[in-house]
Design a protein around this ligand. Structure first.
Ligand code: ZN
Length: 555
């Protein structure tokens, strides 16, 4: 295999012909290290001993679709444009699902294809539908409409999985905190089957295509931790009133995950591939949900609909749905051109509200009621916009927990100012606010007056700090470094002897590989323009939204 020359002082740097990435969704050292030490996860223990380690800082917002898109692109939100599972298409007045076609720059899979190589990717979010310039096998993740549609481009793999008796599924396993031991047992059995199905898919795909990069993602780890966080960790770290039998049962799923990691290490060994194990974000205790509309309401930036306006809102929603149905059934054409009236978007007083949020469950994603964006709205002059934006930022900066007085948001910014861009033309929110560790955000506004909301179905949630273990010949085990998500793709390319792509803002992690150096970047590949049309049908969108709801990411 042809390796590109690298301008590093260590000319003896041995590149790998292949790299296998083990995606551990939501993994954290807080769980992995104690379970490795207590013998529940021996393969992870081996990786921790022999790999160069880093605390991997996730993206802001530190959510699954954003972080795995940064993994794919080597850049942050301003590079790829993905802020959430969903985005507001203001031209249509609809909240639509993000998908691989909306990633605004090339991905590592395309970079590898441009260098003549193939890939295998199993269950990675934001890879559906597969992008055209990729070679190999890409099976989409939890944001695909179904396992069947995710596997559809690869009928041979789908058939081989069936023949192997594997029920490859992406349905939600953990819909709430388990209420009984039987419910826990059932969830653990399904989780184990889901982990094993990913490994079988990877082993089968390995026999079907030559690859330079293989990514195998274990999505169920994330939802397991959301619902069973109180049962994870070694027994002495778990609260005293928790039954040891429940903890042991939960550990069975992590032991199975560790077996799967072992099988992938074996596969990597056979193919002489370097191995990288990494999370998209970390995990920690869940505390409460913050009502984003309430933050805005308390500052007078959002006004609730009057009872008459609520009626108007419901009527607008129904008439819009009817109109779409009519167009579809009697004209047989796409309903994409049917514009949804602003009044149908949220039950607020559109004349008097300056800002609102309609999506974003682990960050506040706020839109200004700007006439340049929506055609109508309470903001029409640039000075009004500036003032409203400053007021929204202040509202989140000043938001405090009503009981403890602690700040509820750790970072608040204007997308226009931070990224020097026009958020309207890119379909980006105007203001982004990142909650403090342990807090979710909520956009459904059904309890005005209450800022903090409990959720007994969740016990754990995302943290920014995740894991990165590089198990490759030049990596130096031991010291724990700090790395950023955007550095992953350039580092994987570097291990393969390829330069980072020109659009990548991350850099190869030379320090973890015992090197100092500057990597030359590859020539700029023109990005595919993000797809403007929704690629999922209305019914597919509903299916995926229901899955996100079951996972706790939407209400
Ligand atoms: Zn995740």
């Amino acid at each position: 295999m042809q390796n590109t020359a690298l301008r590093t002082p260590h000319s003896e740097f041995r590149t790998s012909s292949r790299v296998l990435v083990i995606g551990l969704d939501g993994a954290t050292y807080d769980v992995l290290v104690p379970l490795a030490e207590s013998g529940v996860m021996p393969n992870i223990a081996g990786l921790l001993r022999t790999s160069a380690l880093a605390t991997l800082r996730s993206t802001e917002p530190y959510t699954t679709p954003v972080a795995w898109t940064s993994f794919q692109t080597g850049g942050d939100v301003e590079t790829h444009g993905i802020f959430d599972y969903r985005y507001l298409d203001h031209e249509r007045g609809e909240v639509l699902l993000n998908h691989a076609g909306r990633i605004a720059c090339p991905t590592i899979f395309e970079e590898i294809a441009a260098a003549g190589g193939g890939v295998v990717s199993i269950d990675l979010p934001m890879t559906y539908p597969p992008r055209s310039d990729v070679r190999g096998i890409v099976v989409g993740g939890l944001d695909s409409p179904s396992a069947q549609t995710a596997l559809a481009p690869h009928p041979k793999l789908a058939e081989a999985l069936r023949a192997a008796g594997v029920d490859y599924d992406i349905k939600t396993i953990w819909k709430r905190k388990p209420q009984s031991y039987e419910e826990l047992e059932c969830g653990v059995a399904k989780t184990i089957a889901s982990f094993q199905a990913r490994v079988t898919a990877a082993e089968l795909a390995d026999g079907m295509t030559d690859w330079r990069l293989m990514v195998v993602q274990f999505q169920a780890l994330d939802s397991l931790q959301h619902r069973c966080w109180h049962l994870l960790g070694p027994l002495e770290h778990v609260a005293e009133d928790v039954d040891a039998r429940w903890v042991a049962e939960t550990h069975r799923s992590l032991r199975a995950l560790d077996d799967c990691v072992g099988k992938l290490l074996e596969l990597a060994g056979k193919r002489d591939a370097a191995t990288v194990a990494m999370s998209d974000h970390g995990f920690g205790d869940f505390r409460a949900k913050i009502s984003v509309p309430e933050v805005l309401r308390q500052r007078g930036l959002l006004r609730l609909a009057s009872s008459w306006q609520s009626v108007e809102h419901r009527a607008a929603r129904w008439s819009w749905k009817l109109k779409k149905w009519h167009v579809r059934n009697f004209h047989g054409c796409s309903t994409a051109a049917v514009r949804r009236p602003l009044a149908a978007l949220a039950p607020i007083d559109w004349q008097r509200s300056l800002a609102f949020a309609v999506h974003g469950e682990l960050s506040a994603l706020v839109y200004l009621s700007d006439a340049t964006r929506f055609g109508s709205g309470s903001i029409s002059m640039p000075r009004q916009r500036e003032q409203a934006e400053a007021d929204v930022i202040a509202a989140f900066q000043d938001a405090r927990h009503p009981e403890t007085g602690e700040p509820l948001f750790v970072d608040v910014y204007s997308t226009q100012r931070r990224f020097d861009c026009d958020p309207v033309s890119r379909h980006w929110p105007d203001v982004v606010a990142i909650p403090a560790p342990g807090f979710h955000t909520r956009t459904k506004f059904d309890d005005p007056g209450r800022l903090m909301l409990d959720d007994a179905t969740l016990t754990g949630t995302h943290r920014r700090e995740g894991v990165l273990m590089i198990n490759a010949p030049p990596a130096i085990p031991g010291r724990r470094h700090i790395a950023d998500m955007r550095d992953a793709a350039p580092t994987l390319l570097h291990l393969l002897g390829l330069p980072p792509a020109a659009h990548m803002t991350g850099r190869p992690l030379f320090n973890m590989l015992g090197q100092t150096g500057v990597a030359e970047t590859s020539p700029w590949h023109a990005p595919n323009a993000p797809v403007a049309e929704p690629v999922l049908s209305a019914s597919e969108q509903l299916v995926v939204e229901q899955r996100l709801r079951e996972l706790g990411y939407m209400e």
